[in-house]
Structure formats: structure tokens, C-alpha cells
Design a protein around this ligand. Sequence first.
Ligand SMILES: [Zn+2]
Length: 435
Amino acid sequence: MTRAIVFTFIMTITVMHAATAGEIRDYSVIFSKTNQDAANLHVACTFLLDFQDADSVAMNFGGGHEFSVDNLNIDDDTFEYEYNRKAKRIVFRRTAERAVRVTMEYDYTNLSAFFIYGEGDAELWETSFGEYFYPYVPNTYMDVAIRTETPDSLSVLCSYPLKTDGYTKCNGILQNILAQSITLAFIRNEAYRRTSAHLPDEISIYQIKGMECSEERYEELLELTKASIAFFSNVYGENYISEEGGVTNYPTFLFHNGKGFSNRYNIGFISASQEKFSTYPDIYPLVHEIGHRWLGEWTLLVDDGQPGAYFIKESLNEFMTLMFIRHYYGSQTYDRLLDMYRSEYSKIKGMPQDRAIVDVTVNNNNIVIYRKGPLVLDSIARKIGYDELMEIISGFYRGHAGKYPLKYADFINHVNESSAGIGDKLDSMLKNESL
Ligand SMILES: [Zn+2]
């Protein structure tokens, strides 16, 4: 009894010191491209900030470049704030009232993504590369009303469904979305041609005029999209479309002319290189993007910098992409791809770039994450069976999707629980420098 009282007392003190995070409610934001140069956005947002027990609340805000946020205007009569450009953070401090309304307006210059995606035909605005173009508390969920405004020359795609007024304005009321998951693409209408198909759900495809793929490639995209969605839905026991997850339609494909940059899955749309789509021998990487509907940065909330972060967010999904290929094209195609992965890996084997997979904690080592990672998983699958390993990965998804924080150890423990000793075996392979 006494011990219990003392314990409760200690707990109370701990709770008082570790103040809760505060809550953001009634968030609405306007993203405007009207009268904005390329790579610029005017943003106006407002939200109710309830400090709850906290003295201060920090939000991600701003980009790497010192000019990312300009003309910042915040009405701070009822609170104090401090914007740290270097840390890309804005901290709100409580003065008197527990809940205050924050209203902000600013210009945002997104330099890095503009150069990455290139040539101005499509601008992608996303938080994933450290461009926090609207304020948010990472890894929390929020309701938000979005409005976009574009000149006649542009169209917009969003990670979540927006309704258009038919011209230049779009609106959406999004519920319980992951705070960092708003992504926007502004498309230059003149440069793009949109087509659509029914699988039977409708998908849209935006291609750059004059760079469009062959009819055969187009059919291949439709077929692979349809077949991989069916495969993954079955494996994960969850349909592609999920009202509660904000996924209300099959993916829209946006092909861009950015150079040397990865494909992206951004919930409502997938962006990828037009040139690669039109000319490469296969389009399996697009299946990988479809796979991110289930496994990836929007569902498996492992922080960058954590051990195994990119094994969890990328290697698992690349392995599942291979599982689709094995299922759809057969084991010959699968083995041929694995041989290719092995030969790509062998070129860096034993070199400084050949790091332990768990040590890749930011996405900066493609061979280790997208080649060596799947090779390790394949060797586990050969021991316990492919179906068994797929079931383990699927169970991990179902148990941990959307939960924060997620750790590499959660995966290893899950594997051990499903198949005794196999988690430890996998763990030691992932920690080894060389295969
Ligand atoms: Zn990926």
C-alpha cells in the first residue's frame, strides 16, 4: 500500500515535469500560387493552440535555406513565440490563457525541391526533405481545412482529396491526417496531358506533352497498378482505398522532368520521372511506390536518425515489391532480379559505402537499403518460407501502422514472436557490415 502511494506520487511529479505536448485544433490553411513566382508560395494559416499542461509547444516550420520563410506575420497578443530558422522550428510560449488562436501569414520560397524536380513544369511541395512549408507538430494527427488558389495556368494535386470549384480554387476538409503528410503538386497545364482509366476505380495519369510513353508502356502501367494493388491488398488484409486513412482513390501518377531524383509516394499521388517511365526496360519501381500505400514513411513512423530507420521504411517495402514480382511474373524473373541486386551489391562489398543496414538512418545509401536489405530478407525467406515472411511483415504493418514512436526493435521483437530465433538471426545480419 505504502509503496503504491509513493509510486503514484513519483508518477504525478514526473507527469508535471514532462509537460504534455499541447493540442492543435481547428486548423485551416490557404496555399496560394496566385501572383507567386515559380518555387514560391503564399501561406496563411490559423489554428487553436491548446497548451494543456505545457508551457510551450514546438512546431516544425521553415526550410533549410535562410530565405525559406519571408514576411512572417503573426498576431501575438495572447502568447509569445520564437522562430528559430536554423532549427526549422517555431516555439509558442504560454503567457496567460491556456488556449490561444494563432494566425500566421508568410511567403515561402522552396528552393531545394524546385531545383530537384526541375524545369518548372511541376513543383512538388512536401515536408519529407526538411521543407516544412506549413507549421505542424510532427507525428501527431490533426483535422485541417485546406484551400488552394492557383492562377489559370496551374493545376493542383494534393496528398488528400480536394474539391475544385472548376477554376482556380480547391477545398478539402481533412480529418485525422498525419500532421506532416500534406503534399502539394502544382502542374503547369500547358506542359501536361492528363488521361484516365478505370481499373475499375479511376486512376489519372499526367504526362509531359511530347514525352509520353508508348501505348504498350501505358497498358503495362495499368496492368501492374491493378495487379499489385490486388496483391498488396490481399497480403496486408487491407484495401488500397481507406476512408479513414484519407486514401479515397487509386493513385494519380504525375510524371515530371526533374533530374536524378527518386520516385515518391504521396498518398493521393505518385510522382516519378517521365523519361524513366517512357524509356526504361521495366517499371517495377512504380510498384514499389504503390507498395508504400502500406509500408513507408506515412505509416511506419520511425524517426530519421534512429537505427534501422530506412530498413523499416524502405527495405521492407522493396522486398514486398519483389514478392509481388515473384507472384506475378514467376520465380525466374524474381531470381534474375535477385542476381542483379547481388551483382550491384558486390560492387560496393567491403568498401566504405558497404555499411551495416541498421546504420543507414537517413535515406542516403541506395545500394545498402534497396539491394542489400532485400537480399538479407530473401535469405530469411529461404529459411522460413516466403509466405511465412510475408505474413510476418504484414502482421508488423497491421500492428504498428500509424503508431508513434516506432523502433527497429519493435520489428525484431515481432519477428522473434512470430518465428522463434529468426528475429535474432535477422538482427545479426542487419548489423553485419558485409553479407
Ligand atoms: Zn520507397
